[in-house]
Write a protein that binds this ligand. Structure first.
Ligand code: AMP
Length: 397
């Protein structure tokens, strides 16, 4: 259990409450293409409205690098959020985030009203956690609630700095839920516990692999990162992704798995191609026998079966990272097969955000998973065993 103050512990009637949400949703030509993060933020916002708070929301969106970029404005989020809440969300359009417009909008609020501030990363101080912007944010409210799990692995003004200057701080429902699901899965799993890691780079997941080997019964590695392990096992991987400087590390990890009695699986076969594109010739070969000039872009059919079989009897599964270049339909089958296998087992299934969450949702398996995290990077840091700065900064219970 999280030992932090929660929205449930607050008395907010008539108070101004600043809520850090993660509204960093994908946009195409100004249209929100995936509203999951907005939907996930609703319970906390609704609770605060019901309790009669003046609810001031803030979030970042993309990487405007410290200056106003109209295409990264949160205006479309205010509109969608109004629809979801069934009440007006006043958008405080303000290039300095906490400028005259924002202050005016906040000063006109009545109990139960909602205001959304502009993208916090319009300010260059945000990502540097500089005091002046933290103070400006805090000056709008008495209470701060952090519900932005997906942003809490970063110590920024709106996730960490602001807590220093408000009277009281707490975590929201989403944060609480994310941490309880991920925390229980990793630290108190029903066994067998299987973790599946994919994606492009071993170097991004070094600490995750190391930490999970202490916890899991089976570790499955797919995606581009598997080839470094294939080389560590003496294989030839042609032009596939390879981090030559991580081969030794891969050997160490496999030795550690053996010592700990952890079953360690990499793909036995691989779908290969000569060109990195969807419409091109491809065939399946053993992972350790990829010819020169060919590269592996997905796990093969035997690997899909092997992985599905390894998951079959699991009671807890954590999955982070695609099994191949799932952006290309011809190389998405491995990722789809893992999503399907997870959807069909009777286990606690946790999807660690990012690409795997997108894949699960696109395939329509969302409702079949126990928990789909809203935070890719944050969930990875959590799996590394790290504490998230945005959580640490909140008041203890
Ligand atoms: P990451 O950013 O490390 O989570 O990795 C996600 C990316 O890994 C996706 O964009 C995939 O297309 C890519 N990926 C997965 N498998 C491979 C592969 N075999 N070769 C190249 N890229 C891959």
């Amino acid at each position: 259990m999280l030992n932090k103050k929660s929205v449930e512990d607050l008395a907010v009637k008539g108070k101004k409450v600043l809520v850090r949400c993660d509204f960093n949703v994908p946009l195409q030509d100004g249209v929100i293409t995936d509203e999951n993060r907005i939907v996930a933020a609703l319970p906390t916002i609704q609770k605060l409205i019901k309790d009669g708070a003046k609810v001031i929301l803030c979030s970042h969106m993309g990487k405007p690098k410290g200056e106003p970029k109209p295409e990264l404005s949160l205006a479309p989020v205010a509109k969608r959020l109004s629809e979801k809440l069934g009440k007006e969300v006043v958008f405080a359009k303000d290039d300095t985030v906490v400028g005259e417009n924002a202050k005016k909008a906040v000063s006109e609020m009545k109990d139960g009203d909602v205001v959304l501030l502009e993208n916090t990363r319009y300010r260059k101080e945000e990502t540097k956690n500089e005091d002046n912007f933290s103070q400006e944010l805090a000056s709008l409210a008495e209470v701060f609630v952090n519900d932005a799990f997906g942003s809490s692995h970063r110590a920024h003004c709106s996730t960490v700095g602001v807590t220093k200057y408000v009277k009281e701080s707490a975590v929201g429902y989403l944060m609480d839920k994310e941490i309880n699901f991920l925390g229980n899965a990793v630290n108190n799993p029903e066994r067998p516990f299987v973790a599946i890691l994919g994606g492009s780079k071993v170097s991004d997941k070094i600490n995750v692999i190391n930490n999970l080997l202490e916890k899991v019964d089976t570790l499955i590695i797919g995606g581009g990162m598997a080839y470094t392990f294939a080389v560590a096992q003496g294989g030839k991987v042609g032009n596939s992704l390879l981090e030559a400087d991580k081969v030794e590390y891969a050997k160490e990890m496999m030795k550690k798995a053996e010592e700990k009695g952890v079953k360690f699986l990499i793909p036995v076969d691989t779908v290969i191609t000569k060109e990195f594109k969807n419409d091109t010739e491809f065939k399946t070969v053993p992972t350790k026998e990829i010819p020169d000039e060919w590269q592996g872009l997905d796990i093969g059919e035997k690997s899909r079966e092997l992985f599905a079989d390894a998951i079959k009897n699991a009671k807890t599964v954590v999955w982070n990272g695609p099994m191949g270049v799932f952006e290309f339909a011809n190389f998405a089958k491995g990722t789809e097969a893992v999503a399907e296998a997870l959807a069909n087992i009777d286990a606690t299934t946790i999807i660690g955000g990012g690409d795997s969450a997108a894949a699960v949702n696109q395939l329509g398996y969302g409702s079949k998973m126990t928990h789909i995290s809203t935070g890719g990077g944050a969930s990875l840091e959590f799996l590394e065993g790290k504490e998230l700065p945005g959580v640490v900064a909140v008041d203890d219970k």
